[in-house]
Design a protein around this ligand. Structure first.
Ligand code: ADP
Ligand code: MG
Length: 236
């Protein structure tokens, strides 16, 4: 079968923080029904790439395309509306809102907004029990990660950008996460995952890009790419 066309594309992306070049020309394609992974040591520029794709950072040079359309100058909320949803490495839930209210925010910011999207997202991430009525403040990390995922998914995204979704999860939670993300990809969602857990990446990814010092230094299927020393370098 032929490869589905890229839904989200980075073309020659450069990004700077003041005088510091955090991205030095990144090309990347995110395809529907596929899990694309980005790995590499701390400081490589993985989160910066996410910011450029999500619209929270304006690249210094290069383009971001959605369905072939140039969205480089489109603000983040407009990209969310198009169907580009993200989670943050630093969790970003509203602490005073309940789990359900947090997920509803995601539905309203995304493409849909329907009540059934909220219910579907709560059920998919195991949040449809009594926990749905609890304020996010004080919930354990594993639950908060699921709230973030459910919030992103409730907007019926075409692309999900996940920055370290397994961070802070125990082994059982990582397995559950792998199953859900695999199901989302099988359903046609395009997933871009930054992740330090290389076993999860090996399990889940169709394509892996290794980043170092603001560039992609190796790309390919996990079996071929994850043996390299840069990919295996421990996070700080
Ligand atoms: P990764 O996600 O791969 O760990 P980041 O994209 O967070 O890497 O960071 C890439 C580089 O940019 C690092 O050297 C980091 O210190 C720097 N950096 C990230 N965010 C900022 C910022 N807001 N201001 C200045 N430098 C930053
Ligand atoms: Mg990061």
């Amino acid at each position: 079968p032929s490869r589905p066309p890229s839904v989200l594309t980075a073309r020659g992306l450069h990004a700077r923080y003041g005088g510091f070049a955090a991205l030095g020309g990144v090309d990347l394609e995110v395809r529907p029904g596929r899990v694309t992974a980005v790995v590499g040591p701390n400081g490589a520029g993985k989160s910066t790439l996410f910011h450029c794709l999500a619209g929270t950072l304006r690249p210094a040079r290069g383009k971001v395309l959605f369905d072939g359309r140039d969205i480089t100058r489109l603000p983040a909320h407009a990209r969310t509306r198009l169907g580009i949803a993200r989670t943050f490495q630093q969790l970003a839930v509203f602490p005073s809102l309940t789990v359900e209210e947090n997920v509803r925010v995601g539905a309203e910011q995304g493409r849909g907004g329907a009540e059934e999207a909220v219910e579907r997202a709560l059920a998919l991430f195991g949040l449809d029990g009594t926990v749905r009525a609890r304020p996010a403040a004080g919930l354990p990390t594993g639950t908060l990660r699921r709230v973030e995922l459910a919030r992103a998914f409730a907007g019926d995204p075409r692309v999900l950008l996940l920055d370290e979704p397994a961070a802070g999860l125990d082994t059982a939670e990582v397995s559950a996460l792998a199953r859900v993300l695999g199901a989302l990809a099988a359903d046609g969602t395009a997933l871009l995952v930054v992740e330090h857990d290389l076993d999860l990446v090996a399990d889940l990814a169709d394509v892996v890009h290794v980043m170092a010092a603001g560039r992609i230094v190796a790309s390919g299927p996990p079996g071929r790419v994850l043996g390299t020393s840069t990919a295996r370098e421990a996070p700080a």
